[in-house]
Design a protein around this ligand. Structure first.
Ligand SMILES: *Cc1c(COP(=O)(O)O)cnc(C)c1O
Length: 465
């Protein structure tokens, strides 16, 4: 049996799992979603990688032989530094943290990107094809993508970051990777300039085809799928109904929780109740859940930069479902949003949404206060992204003490030492495998914010395909 994937805008061809993975964005501008949701097998008692196989196999179908899928999963999670991959840390009665930062770059993006890197490698080797991955990063995604694709035979990876505007830990995690297929470009400009260059390169059809350009951004279905696993696995381990609180930017992580919740449960399956969206001062989603209008504001920098986002691209997947999986309606809503910067959800849709979701926000001062309070109360050091989730979670617990609540810890505190130090007075140490990060040589080239300069650079360096 092979599951088909359809576009949220209804006009792109249906694809199987591997086709969806390679496509990323659908040709009609939509996002791929499974045509039907498979059932969740009983995963109680399974180790993480075993659970990952059980959860993912029905979504992959016949596209990849089971033994190969197992190998891809095992290779992806054996690089994690904690034996449980995604350990649950109990803070209090009915209150847990799900630590997702034990991967090579210390942020939850490793969980999905390690899998995606090995998956791409498998699919491309089988097709005897080669791609050029390009991406713009304001921090966490770039290093996770580089770690996932370094040394892969069938891909070169070029990551653009705004020069001088990512943290030193983040920059070093990207520039100290020593592999002949990894290229770091420091653009003389802003993150928006980087993103615009990437868009311009994708819009240049000759260049796109010559280089076989590919992206691994957070709308890729395979990334969502890898994230479904830890929700199901955490709920199965707790063996009681749970609510998750998720520090949210692009809505990829929490959307995966929604998918996990929707899987038909077999005996021992995970029961997921509410999903709580936690945002920083860039609170478009919180304002939407509170008032029913999705309206963009300018992005303001915060202590949790990986959530500094004004348009949460994965939200379109949820919208498609709420609009009865009608691609034309979803396409029209997204068009209004793009053109006017706003759309209003009908009351019926908001009522449906509120059954499954709640939301909250924390500004920078509240984030620092939460880091301090969490340290004083539980002896636990949280990074600023995790703290946004913890602060919103504490507010929820005060009103819903009976609920088992799991807050997602999305980054290691040492990834954001300045904010942690500001809150607690001490800077957390990097884990041993990164302890010499500041001594490793860096490899990076600076280029002007000009698509032509980036094209020339890439043509000169990419390996032959
Ligand atoms: C990317 C990121 C987020 C936001 O996740 P989304 O899937 O974009 O909602 C939160 N915390 C950290 C540390 C991140 O890197």
């Amino acid at each position: 049996m092979t599951l088909s994937y359809i576009s949220t805008r209804g006009k792109a061809p249906k694809l199987g799992f591997t086709g969806t993975t390679l496509a990323g964005l659908a040709r009609d501008g939509g996002l791929y979603v499974p045509e039907t949701l498979p059932a969740l097998p009983d995963i109680s008692g399974l180790l993480y990688a075993q659970a990952a196989f059980s959860v993912m196999a029905p979504f992959v179908g016949d596209d990849i032989p089971p033994a190969d899928l197992k190998n891809i999963i095992d290779a992806s999670y054996k690089v994690f530094s904690h034996p449980d991959i995604a350990p649950l840390h109990q803070l209090d009665d009915n209150f847990y943290l799900l630590e997702l930062f034990h991967g090579p770059t210390l942020a939850f993006k490793d969980v999905a990107l390690q899998f995606l890197g090995n998956l791409f490698d498998f699919i491309l080797s089988r097709k005897d094809a080669r791609v050029t991955i390009i991406g713009a990063t304001s921090g966490d995604t770039g290093s996770a993508a580089i770690e996932a694709f370094k040394g892969k035979k069938n891909a070169d990876i070029f990551i653009l970051h705004p020069r001088g505007r990512v943290s030193e830990v983040q920059r070093r995690q990207m520039t100290t990777v020593d592999a002949t297929n990894v290229f770091n470009i420091a653009v003389e400009g802003s993150f928006d300039d980087c993103q615009n260059i990437v868009k311009a390169l994708f819009n240049d059809e000759t260049f796109r085809d010559d280089m076989a350009l590919s992206a691994v951004n957070s709308i890729n279905w395979a990334r969502i799928l890898a994230q479904v696993v830890y929700y199901a696995h955490a709920a199965a381990r707790l063996a009681k109904p749970v609510t998750f609180c998720v520090p949210t930017g692009n809505f990829g992580n929490i959307y995966a929780g929604h998918v996990a919740r929707g899987l038909k449960k077999q005996v021992g399956g995970a029961q997921i109740e509410k999903l709580i969206v936690a945002t920083n001062r860039n609170d478009i989603l919180h304002r939407f859940f509170a008032g029913g209008e999705m309206k963009t504001h300018a992005v303001a920098p915060s202590l949790s930069p990986s959530m500094d986002i004004q348009i949460s691209s994965n939200f379109e997947r949820l919208l498609f479902e709420l609009q009865n999986r009608d691609g034309a309606t979803t396409g029209a809503t997204m068009k209004t949003f793009r053109e006017t910067g706003a759309f209003k959800a009908p009351a019926g849709i908001m009522a449906q949404l509120k059954k499954g979701f709640a939301s909250g926000r924390l500004d920078d001062a509240e984030t620092l206060a939460t880091i301090k309070a969490t340290h004083d109360k539980y002896g636990y050091t949280a990074d600023p992204h995790t703290a946004v989730g913890l602060g919103v979670a504490e507010n929820w617990r005060a009103k819903n003490p009976e609920t088992a609540l799991v807050a997602l810890a999305t980054a290691h505190p040492a990834k954001f030492p300045d904010a942690v130090k500001q809150a607690t007075g001490f800077a957390p140490a990097l884990p041993p495998f990164l302890a010499d990060l500041y001594d490793r040589p860096e490899k990076c080239d600076a280029l002007p914010a000009d698509p032509a300069a980036v094209q020339k650079y890439m043509r000169e360096r990419a390996h032959k395909r």
